[in-house]
Design a protein around this ligand. Structure first.
Ligand SMILES: *[C@@H]1O[C@H](CO)[C@@H](O)[C@H](O)[C@H]1NC(C)=O
Ligand SMILES: *[C@@H]1O[C@H](CO)[C@@H](O)[C@H](O)[C@H]1NC(C)=O
Ligand SMILES: *[C@@H]1O[C@H](CO)[C@@H](O)[C@H](O)[C@H]1NC(C)=O
Ligand SMILES: *[C@@H]1O[C@H](CO)[C@@H](O)[C@H](O)[C@H]1NC(C)=O
Ligand SMILES: *[C@@H]1O[C@H](CO)[C@@H](O)[C@H](O)[C@H]1NC(C)=O
Ligand SMILES: *[C@@H]1O[C@H](CO)[C@@H](O)[C@H](O)[C@H]1NC(C)=O
Ligand SMILES: *[C@@H]1O[C@H](CO)[C@@H](O)[C@H](O)[C@H]1NC(C)=O
Ligand SMILES: *[C@@H]1O[C@H](CO)[C@@H](O)[C@H](O)[C@H]1NC(C)=O
Ligand SMILES: *[C@@H]1O[C@H](CO)[C@@H](O)[C@H](O)[C@H]1NC(C)=O
Ligand SMILES: *[C@@H]1O[C@H](CO)[C@@H](O)[C@H](O)[C@H]1NC(C)=O
Length: 685
């Protein structure tokens, strides 16, 4: 495939820290000037409009932006950096023949097809071509000329074949990223001789075979991620040689066997993620040795034995994810002393005695996130008034068959942001004090036996009216993981604050009316009241919930007509009022043009479509996807499981309305068609 007609649109992401920040007014930084001069040097002719010798920001097609950097001490300085260049039609080939070029960042463009194989970049130190749709195999000869190469980032493209052994000749390489491609085969031994390598990203490929013990030769390695591949065998016992290794991530592979002793004694490892493998044995960490460990992810393996009771003696450990293993049934008493614990997920681990577990965990003053879903079958929800979780922000105890009422001690969890008690047998009324939880923005009480009116205080939930929860304090730990919609690839990690604001009271026995004041909840995205006994009218004011994406009022006893004002809900993409006693005309216009008939069926007085008579509602199907299949995956799980089907839907909607911060990463690997022009420039910082 030729590259002749590429419109070259370079985005310089500048992963290098701004070093010398000379701040000429509106002048491009000296580094950028040098890079662009280097680029121009070998062109047949100088580019029109690139005349001014000092100020590359004034060059035609070059856009600069001011970056602020904090210098040593506290001085803040601002530098103009080149953020985009439009060159018009020009061969990419030329870019790869620039003898003085040191930094080339072509990331996040629409480049497709093959890169030129003849590369002559003797000065290049930094090469980033990530997030394009480039095809073919990786050029293993690149370091025949690019001898100085320190950073090579080819992630999120469509590269296939094996990783070339020739990269082993890039002896200055410090950072190699090949993630999110279609690479397969073994990882070549030759690359284990890259003595300077400190960061290696291989996640989301199809690499296979065992991890060679030569891996221990990478003695400068700090960060290694081989998640989402097909590596197998046991983990080599070579971690004693990896004295600088801080992050080791090998989630979703086929690793078997025990955790190697050198790993469970590593004094450098701070983050260890081995979720979704087939590792076995008891978890035995030497906390006297693992002095840096802060995050431990061992979910979805075949570990057995008790939940390790020595974890509290790992002084820095704050995140513990042990879901989906076969542990004994009790939370160790020693967890009372787990001062550093902030995040604990124990989804489906066979845990018993919720009452005992909570009375232990309340001593963990730093606990902010607790996920205990699918345990404790058919116990009672502890009603002990003295339970105190002052710092708890996320509590998920779904699908446990718990009986009793919504406990009063929750009213003392004043920092609560996310609460999921769905799929239990809780009865009684929804307490009035919910309205006072100022940070609560995700509440799921669905599928319980709650009765009575919906308390009016729920229409006053502060953080659904104006955003006031501590977004400024996102936990450093990446909590949730979902696969984005199928056209996008790569991992999507989510933090709590990226959840769609939700009020789900569906599948209960609630009576009374839908308060018109719910219109106040302008920030709500998902509002589900379906399958209750709610009566009365659908309030016109619901149209004021301007961010609403999902509204399900089906299977109630609502009467009157559908308020025409609802057509103004411009983000609404899932809507159902099926199976009520509604009458009159279905509003037309807005999003209502997109809703299927099933959104309205089961209402005797409602005209479903122009062709059918006003009295014939066809009683088939449920308006929404059956939840049956969904709930095995409850929010708060470490990966994949993170998404209830319905939740996944709301999340993907969230992308549209900007609640979530999507990493734009569209790749089109099937059709290597030239894109004529770059549409939207995506900034990755
Ligand atoms: C930058 O330009 C502004 C106005 O254009 C001027 O007031 C300021 O003094 C200049 N700063 C420097 C460092 O040249
Ligand atoms: C910070 O800025 C002040 C005034 O602009 C200057 O006197 C001082 O030397 C600067 N400090 C550093 C560390 O650059
Ligand atoms: C590394 O370079 C040498 C000499 O340039 C060459 O002989 C060798 O084949 C290269 N190694 C690989 C693995 O390509
Ligand atoms: C790793 O180191 C060992 C011992 O120093 C050496 O024998 C082996 O060849 C090295 N492997 C690689 C791939 O460099
Ligand atoms: C645990 O680590 C400490 C400190 O490194 C060491 O002295 C001790 O021997 C280790 N214990 C075991 C059982 O390996
Ligand atoms: C508890 O959390 C606070 C704030 O995040 C932190 O400063 C403190 O070190 C933590 N305590 C422990 C024992 O880790
Ligand atoms: C739960 O544990 C407590 C002690 O912590 C005990 O008194 C109680 O009987 C246990 N309940 C069940 C159902 O095992
Ligand atoms: C409600 O929860 C139960 C488990 O407690 C589950 O079997 C059932 O499918 C759920 N029903 C709905 C409608 O979600
Ligand atoms: C917003 O939060 C701040 C501090 O977290 C609090 O003082 C203030 O009252 C809150 N505002 C509202 C409207 O709840
Ligand atoms: C776990 O790994 C298997 C393959 O090893 C994969 O098919 C599955 O999707 C993974 N599950 C999650 C939740 O990532």
């Amino acid at each position: 495939m030729d590259t002749k007609e590429f419109v070259v649109f370079i985005f310089l992401g500048f992963s290098f820290l701004a070093q010398s920040t000379y701040c000429f007014n509106q002048t491009c930084s000296s580094e950028d000037l040098r890079a662009l001069d280097g680029f121009m040097k070998d062109l047949e002719r100088r580019i029109d409009g690139w005349d001014n010798f000092f100020d590359c920001c004034s060059w035609k097609g070059v856009v600069c932006e001011s970056f602020t950097s904090v210098m040593e001490d506290t001085n803040i300085s601002s530098t103009s950096r080149v953020v985009s260049i439009e060159l018009g039609s020009r061969r990419l080939q030329e870019l790869f023949q620039l003898e003085n070029l040191e930094i080339l960042d072509l990331s996040s463009n629409d480049f497709s097809g093959f890169l030129p194989m003849e590369v002559n970049l003797p000065s290049i130190r930094f090469l980033d071509i990530s997030r394009n749709s480039l095809l073919g195999s990786i050029n293993g000869n690149i370091c025949a000329t690019a001898k100085q190469l320190q950073v090579l980032i080819l992630s999120s493209n469509c590269y296939y074949g094996e990783i070339p052994a020739g990269l082993g000749n890039c002896s200055f390489l410090e950072h190699l990223s090949l993630s999110s491609n279609f690479l397969q085969g073994n990882f070549p031994e030759e690359l284990f001789s890259l003595a300077k390598l400190s960061e290696l990203d291989l996640q989301d490929n199809m690499l296979s075979g065992p991890l060679s013990p030569s891996f221990g030769n990478l003695s400068n390695l700090v960060k290694m991620d081989i998640s989402l591949n097909r590596f197998s065998g046991t983990l080599p016992d070579v971690f004693q040689n990896l004295r600088k290794l801080k992050q080791f991530s090998a989630m979703t592979n086929g690793f078997r066997g025990h955790l190697p002793a050198s790993l469970t004694n590593s004094p450098s490892i701070s983050s260890l993620r081995l979720n979704n493998n087939s590792l076995t044995g008891p978890i035995v960490l030497n906390c006297s040795a693992m002095v840096c460990l802060t995050s431990l992810g061992l979910s979805f393996n075949q570990f057995n034995g008790p939940i390790p009771d020595n974890l509290p003696s790992c002084q820095q450990l704050s995140t513990v994810k042990l879901s989906l293993n076969k542990f004994g049934s009790h939370l160790p008493d020693s967890f009372k002393n787990f001062k550093s614990l902030s995040h604990l997920t124990l989804y489906r681990t066979g845990l018993r005695n919720l009452s005992a577990a909570l009375s232990i965990l309340q001593y963990c003053k730093n606990l902010t996130t607790l996920v205990l879903t699918s345990n404790f079958h058919n116990e009672a929800m502890p009603a002990d008034f003295n339970l105190k979780f002052r710092n708890l922000m996320t509590l998920v105890i779904a699908n446990c068959g718990l009986s009793g009422i919504v406990p009063t001690w929750l009213s003392g969890c004043t920092k609560l942001q996310v609460l999921d008690l769905s799929w239990n047998h809780l009865s009684g009324q929804i307490p009035v004090w919910f309205g006072k939880l100022n940070f609560l923005f995700y509440l799921d009480l669905s599928n319980n036996s709650l009765s009575g009116d919906i308390p009016k205080s729920m229409t006053k939930l502060q953080s659904l009216i104006c955003r006031n929860f501590s977004v400024e304090n996102p936990s450093e730990e990446l909590m949730f993981f979902i696969k984005k919609n199928p056209t996008l690839r790569g991992l999507q990690y989510n933090q709590i604050w990226s959840f769609p604001p939700t009020l789900d009271l569906s599948n209960n026995m609630l009576t009374g009316q839908i308060w018109p004041e719910f219109g106040n909840l302008k920030l709500l995205h998902v509002f589900n009241l379906n399958n209750n006994y709610l009566a009365g009218l659908i309030p016109t004011t619901l149209s004021e919930m301007t961010n609403l994406e999902t509204l399900d009022l089906s299977y109630n006893s609502l009467s009157g007509s559908i308020p025409p004002s609802l057509v103004y809900l411009t983000f609404l993409s899932k809507f159902s009022v099926g199976y009520n006693q509604l009458s009159g005309r279905i509003p037309s216009g807005g999003q209502f043009l997109t809703f299927p008939d099933s959104s309205f069926e089961g209402n005797k007085g409602l005209c479903i479509s122009l062709s059918s008579s006003c009295s014939a509602g066809s009683p088939k199907g449920t308006p929404f996807d059956s939840p049956e299949a969904a709930k095995d995956s409850i929010i708060g799980l470490p990966f994949g499981f993170g998404a209830v089907v319905g939740f996944a839907i709301t999340v993907s909607i969230g992308f549209m309305s900007g609640w979530l911060i999507p990493k734009a990463e569209t790749r089109n690997c099937r059709r290597p068609i030239r894109q004529r022009r770059h549409q939207a420039l995506v900034r990755q910082r």
